[in-house]
Each structure stands twice: as C-alpha cells, then as structure tokens.
Design a protein around this ligand. Structure first.
Ligand code: PSV
Ligand code: MN
Length: 387
C-alpha cells in the first residue's frame, strides 16, 4: 500500500488553470440565468478567480478568451492579476462568434475570411507577449452540416497552412495548443474532430504544437484514458480542458458526472509522466449555469485534487507485479483500492499544514466575499458567455 504521507510532496506540484469565462453568466441556448455579483469586466473576473486560489492554493493562473477578455492595456491586467496573487495563463482564440465565420475560419474557402481568422490568432500571440502567457489555445467551430457542402480534404490542407502561419509567429517559449471536438456547432463533419487529426496537424507543425484534450469532446463511451496514454506516449498531450458531461459537451463540474472516469484519466497521467511535467497544463473549461460560480470553481479544483491524490495512491509495484503475473483480479483490485480511498480528511490536514483552510468551501462561504460582490457590483453590464 502507498500511504498518504508518501504522496504529500507530490501533491505540492498540483496547479490548475481557471477559465475566466466560468465567472461570467452562462446558460444554454434556451436561457442564461443572471447571478448577482457577476463580474462586469476581465478585472473583476480575475479578482474572483483569485478567491479560488486564496482558499485552495491550487489555482495560480487564469486563462483568458479573446475577444471576451479584451482590454485596452494587457500589462495593466497582468499587474492586476499579480496584485491579486495570480498570473495570466493560456490565451484562447475565438473564431466562432463573428458572422464571417458561418462557414468556417481557419479552413474557410474564402481567403479573406481565412486571413482574418489567422490574423486573430496572431493578435492573440501579441497579447501573450504582454501577459507572459506560454500557450495559445485554438479551438475551431469549423465543419459541415451537410455532405457535399465543401471539400473535406481541401479544408484539411487549408487548416495545415493556416496553422503553419500562426505557428511561425510564436516565440521560442510559446506553444500552439490545438483542441479537438467531435461535433458542434457542425453536425455532419468537423475539421478537427478527434485526437488523431489534432495529432497529425500538430506533428506537421513541430515540437511546440501540442494537443488539448477537453474531456467533454468525445462520443459517449469513448475510452478517454486510452487517448491520454497515447498522446503522452507520443509527447503531444499539452493540456486538458477538464469538465464533466452526461450527454454531450455539458461543461459541468469536473468529477461530478463520472468520478471514476476522472480517476482513470489521472492514473494514466501519472503513469505517463504528465503529472510530474510542466508540459501538461491542467485547465478547467466549465460553465456554472445554475450554481454559484466561485464555489463552483472551488469544488472543481478540489475534485481534481482529490482524484489526483487517489491516482497517486495507486500501488505501482503491486500493480506491475499483478500485470506481470497475469493476475487480472489482483491488478484490478490495486486500482480499486486506490479509487475507493477517502482522502478528504488527509487533504484537509495537508492544507492546514500549508496555512490553507482545511475546508475551502466553508472558508469561502464564511469570508462574506459573495455577499460583498453582490452588494458592490451594481450597474454596468455583467460578463457573459460571449462578452
Ligand atoms: C469548445 O466547445 C470549447 O471547449 C473550447 O475550449 C472553447 O474555447 C470553449 O469551449 C469556450 O467555451
Ligand atoms: Mn474546451
């Protein structure tokens, strides 16, 4: 058995990047429910994200989405983040909310629109130079609703060319992180639908192009941990967008729908060296449509931490022995023992030893911050998915 004491130091490594958009209003295509105290601008989003880090010590950076988080002065935003004890992280491109992109962006047949999408990504790299961000994350809405709508292969060629132009603009320390998704908004064919396509496109670009695995972006029943294993094996897993789902891209709290799947994913992360490496960025990509946003994010990072602890508790030596011996039930037993270990009390103790509140959810609730922002943030326009 591996004991909790043996993983205490490993737990220090954990860093989870928060999405700025998790703090704004969000909803479905049926309704966005506004919540009191929601940020009106990127500065307020960062202040809220900093609360998550303050109470958990787990979330030192915040990812931005452009143009949702466009500000006049990114250096000022960077300093604002630092004043709040956090940093700015991944810059996400957005080529899905402009009328020009109805038929695609980096794959578009119209050279004017394709150039506009490339320009947007390059502008995002300019922002990264100021914010100090390492990663440019590209997720595309590109795809087709009907067979015959466009030529699948030509679109793949244009994608390769567009990505190469963006990649050429990156600094030596910067990376292009390409995210795949099997459907939506396109329903028939998507131009970056799976890890294989993302891998092929990244491999053609070079070492600083890596894949983002969003846990909500696969068909039901997909063995996501297998993909994690393979991309780590190939040295191409650059980032996670963690969330959970019951049906499609639900963007629910990570670990809420299927904690066992999260465990299996993290077991492969540990096995593949992803946990011990700065090359794999643990990000959240979630929306809190009906629950309060800051505690929703606190719950999320705690879920990742709990499941990471359980994955670290897997007795690797016993597992290897069972696998070598072909002892199916013993191997499965080793994994299940770790999965069923309740680490919550040990983690509370671990936090207390680091000057953090043992119960971050309770500490946030007791802090009164939620009431304060609800009282203070009156007037102005609340940030929302798309603003
Ligand atoms: C697309 O569904 C996605 O997962 C991408 O990461 C986007 O940038 C993000 O969601 C926006 O909500
Ligand atoms: Mn995502």
């Amino acid at each position: 058995m591996v004991t909790f004491d043996e993983i205490r130091t490993d737990l220090e490594r954990q860093r989870i990047e928060l999405p700025s958009w998790a703090f704004g209003n969000s909803g479905t295509r049926f309704k966005v429910f506004a919540q009191a105290g929601v940020p009106r601008d990127p500065f307020e989003k960062i202040a809220d994200a900093a609360q998550v880090h303050l109470h958990t010590g787990l979330a030192p950076t915040v990812a931005l989405h452009i143009p949702w988080d466009l500000v006049d002065d990114f250096d000022k935003l960077r300093r604002h983040a630092e004043d709040h004890g956090v940093g700015l992280g991944t810059i996400n491109t957005n080529t899905f909310q402009d009328d020009d992109y109805m038929l695609g962006s980096l794959c578009h047949a119209d050279e004017r629109i394709r150039a506009k999408a490339i320009r947007h990504a390059v502008d995002c790299v300019d922002i990264m130079d100021v914010t100090g961000s390492r990663d440019l994350k590209v997720w595309l809405p590109d795809g087709l609703n009907y067979p015959g709508q466009a030529d699948l292969r030509d679109r793949q060629d244009r994608l390769a060319d567009s990505l190469a132009q963006i990649y050429a603009r990156l600094g030596d320390h910067q990376r292009l992180v390409l995210e795949y998704k099997f459907f939506e908004p396109a329903f028939y064919a998507t131009d970056v639908p799976d890890w294989g396509t993302a891998y092929v496109q990244c491999a053609a670009l070079g070492d600083r192009a890596v894949v983002c695995l969003d846990t909500g972006h696969h068909a039901p029943g997909t063995n996501i941990e297998f993909i994690v294993m393979q991309l780590l094996r190939l040295g191409k897993l650059g980032a996670f967008d963690f969330n959970s789902r019951f049906y499609a891209d639900d963007d629910l709290i990570v670990g809420a729908a299927d904690p066992f799947q999260l465990f299996r994913i993290l077991v492969e992360v540990v096995r593949g060296g992803g946990y011990a490496s700065d090359d794999l960025n643990f990000m959240l990509d979630q929306c809190h449509n009906i629950e309060a946003k800051i505690p929703g994010q606190i719950r999320s990072v705690l879920n990742v931490q709990e499941m990471t602890a359980r994955a670290l508790l897997v007795d690797r030596a016993a597992l290897a022995e069972a696998e070598r011996a072909g002892d199916v039930l013993a191997g499965n037993g080793v994994l299940m023992d770790a999965f069923y270990t309740d680490v919550r009390a040990d983690l509370a103790d671990w936090r207390a030893g680091r000057g953090l509140p043992p119960d971050p959810m309770a500490a946030y609730a007791a802090s009164g911050y939620g009431d304060r922002i609800a009282a203070d943030r009156v007037g102005g326009t609340q940030a929302g998915w798309g603003a």
